[in-house]
Design a protein around this ligand. Structure first.
Ligand code: PLP
Length: 471
């Protein structure tokens, strides 16, 4: 290792990073490269001899950067945010430098104990009661898979891990029609089969209908199937709809089903005391996931997974080859037994940096502001004759479409698809779409770390002027 060279290169990078974060708005928010364009620039084989840092960094700037979509641009209003922040980036630098693999307590005691404490902090922040324990997972998809596997194991008396599903009853999983595709994937991977996933109908606000859920459960029971798990959404991907948790909780309790809550995006908003009402009857929930890597200023990846039945979680995943046997097992958390992967990054560090740097009040102020601006943006749409909102906006997402007078439904779908393409091609704003009630719907998400009211006003001007340029 040449320390001087590493230091000099690192300083070059840090200067670039600071400039990037300051100037991110100067870049087109969405990359406009064509498929294969970057690939064509990359040599087919790796270099035989090592190359100087300066050359690699120059290629990063010239070849790689044009193919980057700028997720930290304040007018990245697509999908859901994957927002980061300076303290989180700094912690990631330390994590990379330490290069610790934190699979068990002994492989880095500080990582395990910081994770334990940070998850307690998060739990307190979002108002989950003390019976829950938390663990960091890579993504909400993995957390939901973990929930289903634990549900399957607990329901089977912890036998399926050993015998497979051959002699099992036909287990059934329930989620709304608007639930995330990670649930379909988890059902497949858990061996339960997508034919046994019931997509329950939703009401006019795109939230699961409890009466349809009960009906489906009763129907399946009558057919000799065994209801296993309900996955409720607290903030669906299309429209941030919130399923009625209290009612679903009562059904889960009455029927003795595992209840998992997917709050991947909206869970961060629960740090606001005024939104705690969403956690009504939370004690009926078995597991809960939300992503600080979406809306809590913490770099991807960092998904917070909470369970009430820690023993069921560990029993589902525990496996102990000789080489991993260490002392202290009863006194510490060996997180390798709390999820799918063995190897684990030191993810708690960035969460610790973020929570300490902003403080609870700082985090709350930002999220509260995002929600207020979404409300304001919505009010502008509502007061404009040729646009309409298409769903409630309880968090930072507004679903809307352009509806010039005299256009048919089919024309509106085409017009809004064209509007999205033209806005995104401008490089000034990036939005995405969904379908709600069969209608092509534009999604504007406000949740960037450095977004301001001026940005939201600019976004609305871009949307209006682009729409009027179309028709
Ligand atoms: N659940 C919901 C409601 C989501 O919106 C998303 C992603 O946007 C996911 C799950 C999947 O999240 P992850 O990428 O962490 O697996």
């Amino acid at each position: 290792l040449c320390t001087d060279q590493f230091r000099a290169n690192a300083h070059t990078l840090v200067d670039w990073m600071a400039d990037y974060l300051r100037d991110v708005e100067q870049y087109p928010v969405k990359s406009s490269v064509k498929p294969g364009e970057i690939l064509a620039e990359l040599p087919a084989s790796p270099p035989e001899q090592g190359e100087p840092f300066a050359d690699i960094f120059a290629d990063f700037q010239e070849t790689i950067m044009p193919g980057i979509t700028h997720w930290q641009h304040p007018l990245f209003c697509a999908y859901f945010p994957a927002n980061s922040s300076p303290p989180s980036v700094l912690a990631e630098m330390l994590t990379a430098t330490l290069g610790a693999q934190c699979m068990i307590w002994e492989t880095s005691p500080a990582a395990a104990e910081l994770e334990e404490r940070c998850m307690e902090w998060l739990q307190e922040l979002i108002g989950l009661p003390g019976e829950f324990v938390g663990v960091i997972q890579d993504t909400a998809s993995t957390a939901t898979l973990s929930a289903l596997l634990s549900a399957r194991e607990r329901a089977s008396g912890f036998t399926v891990n050993h015998t497979g599903l051959y002699d099992s009853p036909r287990y059934v999983v329930y989620a709304s029609q608007e639930a995330h595709s990670s649930i379909d994937k988890a059902v497949r991977i858990a061996g339960l089969g997508t034919d046994n996933l019931r997509k329950i109908s939703v009401d006019e606000n795109y939230a699961l209908k409890p009466e349809a859920l009960i009906e489906a459960i009763k129907h399946d029971q009558a057919q000799g199937m065994v209801p296993l798990c309900i996955i409720a959404s607290l903030g669906t991907t299309s429209s941030t709809a919130v399923d009625p948790l209290a009612e679903i909780g009562r059904i889960a309790r009455d029927e003795n089903l595992w209840l998992h809550v997917d709050a991947a995006y909206a869970g961060s908003a629960l740090i606001l005391p005024e939104l705690r009402e969403y956690l009504e009857e939370i004690e009926t929930v078995d597991s809960f996931v939300f992503n600080p890597h979406k809306w809590l200023f913490t770099n991807f990846d960092c998904s917070a997974y909470f369970v009430q039945d820690k023993a069921a979680l560990i029993r589902t995943f525990e496996i102990l080859p000789e080489y991993l046997k260490t002392g202290h097992a009863s006194e510490v958390n060996n997180y390798r037994d709390w999820g799918v992967p063995l190897g684990r990054r030191f993810r708690a560090l960035k969460l610790w940096f973020v929570m300490r740097s902003y403080g609870v009040e700082g985090l709350r102020t930002r999220i509260r502001q995002h929600i207020a601006w979404a409300y304001l943006f919505r009010s502008w749409i509502e007061s404009t004759l040729d646009f309409e909102v298409l769903a409630p906006s309880p968090f930072g997402l507004v679903c809307f479409r352009y509806t010039p007078i005299g256009t048919t439904e089919a024309e509106r779908d085409e017009l809004n698809a064209a509007l999205k393409e033209r806005i995104n091609a401008s490089g000034e704003l990036y939005i995405t779409h969904t379908k709600l009630g069969g209608r092509y719907t534009l999604r504007m998400v406000i949740g960037q770390t450095e977004v301001t009211l001026a940005h939201i006003k600019k976004a609305w001007e871009i949307i209006q002027s682009t729409a009027h340029s179309l028709c």
